[in-house]
Each structure stands twice: as C-alpha cells, then as structure tokens.
Ligand binder design. Structure first.
Ligand code: PNS
Length: 164
C-alpha cells in the first residue's frame, strides 16, 4: 500500500490545504493528515479542535485519515509505514525552507518529499493570513471550509466579548 502524509499545524486548515490533501488522495492509496502537537507554539485552536475540523473537512475522502504527532515527522512516518511527505508549494518564498526540511527528512530516514504546485487560486493563502483577516472582521469564508469559517467566527466573537 502506497501511503503518504500531509503534515502541518493546520491552525486552521484552509482551502489550500484541502486542495493539496484531495490531490494527494488521488495519487496514493492512503493519505494521513498529520497535525503537529507543538506545545511551545501558541495556536488559536487546540489540537483537538484542529483534528475535529480536519476530520469533518476530509470526511468525503475515504482514503484520508487524520492523526496527530509529536517530535520528528520522520519518526511518525516510520511508525505509520509512510515513505512520502506531500507538501504544497505556493511560491518561491516557500521553497527555501521546504527544501531544507525535505533534504533533512531524506537524510534522517530516507523519507521522500513530493512538492505539489499549489492551485494559483490559493497561492496567496495561509493560515496566519486567514486568522489576521478574520480577527479584524474580514470575510474569510471563500478561503476556508465552512466548518473552519464557523469555528473562527465563534472563537473570535468569544475573544471580543472577553476583551470588553
Ligand atoms: O504548517 P506548518 O507549521 O508549516 O508545518 C510544519 C511541519 C509540521 C510540517 C514541520 O514543522 C514538521 O515537520 N515538524 C515536525 C518536527 C520535525 O520533524 N522537524 C524537522 C523537519 S526537517
């Protein structure tokens, strides 16, 4: 069985993430969407919330499942029998860091990385930008799955209430 991983923080998942996940699902028998547990990074959504949202987002893809991991991605890959990481490349600015990680992951454990050219519709999109726009009241509903738009609205209105 050919298994690939789409790793990330997914805080929150965007339509750009879903584009890469769904295209990877056409190339591999199974795709594992792996959410990094990183206690030292301040996230808007908890790990459980991010997993719940992703599970809803990928529910229509029978060969996609969601998992979480701590530590090195290559250790997660080894534990799950995964030999390929699939990453979206939005622009040249992504390339430097992604190349470093890909080379490190290959050197550490022979795990390959497949770079997928992002659909140009999503080349400007990032989780940070979505949070920034939503925080200041901008409409992000065209850029994220419905469940994310709803949870973002609920979370940010709760935060605004708390600030009053
Ligand atoms: O969505 P992000 O935050 O850009 O995803 C980055 C992620 C999770 C893919 C990357 O930070 C990662 O793989 N972290 C796990 C720790 C690890 O393996 N680090 C060495 C990579 S060479």
């Amino acid at each position: 069985m050919k298994r690939a991983v789409c790793p990330g923080s997914f805080d929150p998942a965007t339509n750009g993430h879903l584009d890469i996940i769904s295209r990877a699902a056409r190339l591999y028998d199974e795709v594992v969407v792996a959410v990094l547990i990183n206690e030292s990074k301040a996230c808007l959504f908890s790990i459980d919330e991010r997993i719940e949202m992703l599970q809803e987002i990928v529910a229509d893809y029978p060969n996609v499942r969601v998992a979480s991991f701590r530590g090195l991605l290559v250790d997660f890959c080894r534990s799950q029998g995964i030999s390929v990481v699939v990453k979206g490349l939005r622009a040249v600015s992504d390339f430097d860091y992604e190349l470093q990680m890909a080379q490190m992951n290959w050197g550490l454990a022979g795990v390959e990385t497949l770079f997928m050219a992002t659909n140009p519709l999503y080349s400007f999109l990032s989780s940070s930008l979505v949070k920034e726009v939503a925080k200041w009241g901008g409409d992000v509903s065209a850029h994220v799955p419905d469940v994310v738009a709803q949870r973002l609205a609920a979370r940010l209105s709760r935060e605004r209430e708390a600030e009053r």
